[in-house]
Ligand binder design. Structure first.
Ligand code: ZN
Length: 298
């Protein structure tokens, strides 16, 4: 990919106003009320303190639930036609009968090439939420993902275990650096972000807004980094399977089954066959999710 194309597609994000989530305004209001009550009403200090503590507990719990939308927009399924996600343009009509396969934590020099081969064999396309430091170490493999018709998105620079405890500057560093790395490697800047382990805090949403990134979680996940039993992983992914589902598997940190083989490689062919039998095709997030800023459309 030419450097000029990379330059075009890394157009700086527009400074649109951050659409504050309802939970943000409610929390600010609650803090003001608690402060006023503690100041004006004798004996109300404990009540005020308890209210603020409860508020923080609710926000923390929301950040620990990867599919929660309390802290800001969170794509758990592919959007329907007309969805703009806060951007300037409406999405193209959603193709019927499509699901998105997403693979996290790669690229992995052993597993990812085999995942690509299995996808090719089924004529399927997928989205890879790569860890940018790994993508840089395996640059040729990262480019191959894109060259074979798939999509690379942002899963942070280093997948820190304490990612959800970062503040705005830490988020900017982890996510902004990954944006630049992936854009340099593939020529296309990501427009979707998935938090490590899906965990976050209320300070993440304004950073994603500034960087023109959609937060994407999933409809269902296979827990294939924790469970090496392929039939169980497959059953989790297939439960209530429907059009517009976003399914989560891993090509990095893949758990191995009893045979010693990464479980994702045992699950994927069966999953692709079940999708075919159900009349569902695959799509990538670059196709199914519009970019936020009209000026940076690839
Ligand atoms: Zn991850």
């Amino acid at each position: 990919m030419s450097s000029s194309l990379a330059t075009v597609e890394r157009t700086p994000p527009r400074a649109l106003r951050w659409p504050r989530p309802l939970a943000f305004d409610a929390s600010v209001g609650l803090h003001l009320c608690a402060g006023a009550a503690a100041w004006a009403l004798p004996g109300a200090e404990l009540w005020a303190l308890g209210t603020v503590a409860f508020n923080h507990a609710v926000l923390t719990a929301a950040g620990l639930l990867p599919r929660s939308a309390l802290l800001g927009p969170n794509l758990r399924r592919l959007p329907e036609a007309g969805w703009t996600g806060g951007g300037a343009g409406a999405s193209a009509p959603a193709p019927p009968g499509r699901v998105a396969l997403t693979f996290d934590d790669g690229p992995d020099p052993e597993v990812t090439p085999q995942v690509l081969d299995q996808l090719d064999a089924a004529g399927a396309r997928a989205t890879f939420f790569c860890i940018a430091d790994r993508a840089r170490r395996h640059a040729a493999l990262t480019r191959e993902i894109v060259a074979r018709g798939h999509n690379v998105q942002n899963h942070s620079s280093s997948h820190r275990h304490h990612f959800s405890l970062l503040g705005p500057r830490g988020f900017e560093r982890e996510i902004g650096r990954a944006q630049a790395l992936v854009a340099d490697l593939t020529g296309v800047a990501p427009h979707c972000f998935r938090a490590p382990a899906g965990l976050r805090n209320p300070l993440l949403d304004p950073v994603l807004h500034r960087l023109d990134l959609h937060l994407v979680s999933w409809t269902r996940r296979g827990f294939d980094t924790a469970d090496g039993h392929a039939p169980r992983v497959l059953a989790r992914l297939l439960r209530d399977l429907a059009s517009r589902d976003i399914l989560l598997l891993h090509d990095g940190h893949a758990r191995r089954g009893a045979s010693g083989r990464p479980v994702v490689l045992e699950v994927l062919p069966a999953l692709l066959e079940r999708l075919r039998a159900a009349g569902l095709a695959t799509t990538t997030l670059s196709e199914a999710v519009p970019r936020r800023a009209a000026g940076s459309v690839a």
